[in-house]
Design a binder for this molecule. Structure first.
Ligand SMILES: [Zn+2]
Ligand SMILES: [Zn+2]
Length: 144
């Protein structure tokens, strides 16, 4: 076990603090349109991205000083994942998404998450489902 290095915070929290000022959070849930209890969901888990990135670059982010020294570089290199690959969801739909995909969804599920969000939106608006989305919808309903 790593000994306590005096780090006070989980490294990803430093990234979120800095990045969230620029988040493009909408004022309605993407699925149901409510304006209540809105949260921002990243299709790519920032925790996993940060850990993999730091490991690949051999950066030590286990201390506050360590993560603060490379935080801007991480944000600059992950603009798409931090700011584009996101959806504003109400708490209810955000919780529902994580119930399907897990607390920290694996990176390879980003496309499936985006599709799932689209399917939920269609269900909510009662849009005519095409043959194609109906097939995808029944695939996902097997897991809910
Ligand atoms: Zn919602
Ligand atoms: Zn989320």
């Amino acid at each position: 076990m790593a000994k306590n290095t005096g780090n006070n915070r989980i490294p990803v929290k430093w990234v979120r603090d800095k990045a969230k000022a620029a988040y493009d959070k909408k004022d309605t849930c993407y699925i149901c349109g409510t304006k209540e209890d809105l949260e921002l969901h990243h299709f790519n888990s920032i925790t996993i991205l940060l850990e993999n990135w730091a490991a690949a670059k051999k950066y030590n982010i286990s201390t506050d000083d360590g993560i603060l020294a490379v935080r801007d570089e991480f944000i600059a290199e992950h603009h798409n994942e931090l700011y584009e690959q996101v959806r504003t969801l109400c708490n209810k739909h955000h919780v529902a998404l994580h119930r399907v995909f897990g607390k920290a969804p694996p990176s390879n599920s980003a496309v499936r998450q985006e599709r799932w969000v689209g399917i939920q939106q269609d269900k909510f608006t009662g849009k005519e489902t095409t043959t194609k989305t109906a097939v995808v919808g029944s695939f996902f309903s097997a897991f809910t």
